[in-house]
Design a protein around this ligand. Structure first.
Ligand SMILES: [Zn+2]
Length: 128
């Protein structure tokens, strides 16, 4: 993946503007800031609604994993010393920890489809 000359961030190729000279290796966001392209030309620069939809989808996918990590932390700190509830919650946590990655793998195609639905279509021109 190429890096932008201005912000030094690496993006996939479709996030860069096309052209030679001053337009070479400039991401769309920096292209707008430097005045090289108009905002309407930056297809991969998402508006606030699309960006928020993408962030919501991403957080919905990864939130259960963070919850399980937080619950493991809570179990080690609080619940591990309580005899009955500690064992019961440990069993539940182990089951959830084993089922969650499988569930995420099974839902990966659905997530990819939803995420690509929120990604603008990019036609790579010939020669790029
Ligand atoms: Zn940049």
């Amino acid at each position: 993946m190429p890096a932008c000359r201005f912000c030094f961030t690496t993006y996939p190729r479709e996030f860069f503007i096309l052209g030679n000279g001053p337009r070479k290796d400039v991401c769309q966001r920096c292209g707008i800031e430097e005045g090289l392209i108009e905002e309407s030309e930056a297809a991969m620069l998402f508006d606030a609604g699309l960006a928020s939809s993408r962030l919501t989808l991403l957080s919905r996918r990864w939130a259960p994993m963070l919850w399980v990590l937080a619950l493991w932390g809570m179990w080690f700190v609080i619940l591990s010393d309580i005899p009955t509830w500690g064992m019961f919650s440990l069993i539940v946590l182990i089951i959830v920890s084993l089922v969650l990655p499988v569930n995420m793998m099974l839902n990966r195609a659905k997530y990819s489809a939803l995420f690509s639905g929120l990604t603008p279509t990019h036609q790579r021109p010939p020669g790029h």
